[in-house]
Design a protein around this ligand. Structure first.
Ligand SMILES: NC(=O)c1ccc[n+]([C@@H]2O[C@H](COP(=O)([O-])OP(=O)(O)OC[C@H]3O[C@@H](n4cnc5c(N)ncnc54)[C@H](O)[C@@H]3O)[C@@H](O)[C@H]2O)c1
Length: 266
């Protein structure tokens, strides 16, 4: 099945990995529905995407000759997600790809986390993915095809210091991926998770600012890449998504695709 004229719904699309993936998919002729909270949130407290980012993404994608819809909404708010999905279906008639990418990160020892920090982390990173998928899966079942990619992390396959709530949310995505792959395989819908090491995005700049460190220090502290790079780029993630949604990966489902510069090897 050609990627041209497929439709991708991408959460957290305003900047970082979501934006890079929207552009990479648009270059293949895929129409884009870009969903983002596009405003600051008290937690995690660093700079998230903005409405300006969504406007510039729209212009960039349209230049590539495909259509794009942008939505400002929170993945935790069912009504926001429901409205965006129904407007996407009204406009494009189908959704072939869901990239559950919206997410936050923040440090804190488990016994020092507030309940609000715990709830925000789990609700955005994990519940948001489910809320989004549950509105899109029925359309994919009706189409008898689809691809869902959940953006987990290396933290979805290992433990991480001062990131237990983040790791819990990302291991949760691994569990959703495997379970949805079982539920949806009979409908010809593939479900995979990706597990990047540190990525050079505004998230790491934001974490560095919160921690009073440089982005390089944040990368070194959390990483341990085998290959001699402090981090990977958003485009590396976009290329992995592109492979997974393509027919080249037609029998890949339920997998945990690592893009980790070798980090998880030891
Ligand atoms: N940056 C890394 O080192 C890294 C590594 C592995 C996995 N990840 C994961 O990749 C995904 C993308 O991260 P990124 O590095 O591009 O981060 P980022 O902060 O640069 O971008 C995240 C985007 O998600 C949006 N977003 C945040 N909360 C939202 C909400 N409640 N509803 C809708 N949109 C929301 C933000 O506005 C932003 O545009 C996240 O799930 C993250 O956990 C990041």
């Amino acid at each position: 099945m050609s990627l041209k004229n497929q439709v991708a719904f991408i959460t957290g699309a305003a900047h970082g990995q979501g934006r890079a993936t929207a552009i990479a998919l648009a270059k293949e002729g895929i129409h884009i529905a870009a969903f983002d909270v596009a405003k600051p949130l008290a937690y995690p407290g660093y700079k998230l995407g903005s409405t300006d980012d969504l406007v510039s993404l729209k212009a960039e994608v349209e230049k590539l000759g495909v259509n794009i819809l942008t939505f400002q909404g929170d993945v935790r708010t069912d009504a926001d997600v429901k409205k965006a999905v129904s407007e996407t279906i009204a406009q494009f008639k189908r959704i072939d790809i869901l990239f559950n990418n919206a997410g936050i990160c923040a440090y804190g020892l488990a016994h020092e986390l507030t309940e609000d920090a715990w709830d925000s982390m789990i609700d955005i990173n994990l519940k948001g993915a489910w809320l989004t998928a549950r509105h899109i899966i029925p359309h994919m079942i009706a189409q008898k095809s689809g691809n869902i990619i959940n953006n987990s992390s290396i933290a979805g396959l290992r433990g991480m210091n001062r990131l237990s709530h983040y790791a819990a949310s990302k291991w949760g995505l691994t569990g959703l991926t495997k379970s949805w792959a079982i539920e949806l395989a009979p409908h010809n819908i593939r479900v995979n998770s990706i597990h990047p090491t540190g990525v050079n995005t505004p998230m790491n700049d934001g974490l560095a600012a919160l921690e009073g460190k440089t982005t390089e220090e944040i990368a070194v502290a959390s990483a341990g890449n085998l290959l001699p790079v402090p981090w990977i780029e958003s485009e590396d993630v976009a290329h992995a998504v592109l492979y997974l949604v393509s027919d080249k990966a037609r029998f890949v489902t339920g997998s945990q695709f690592v893009i980790d510069a070798g980090l998880l090897t030891r």
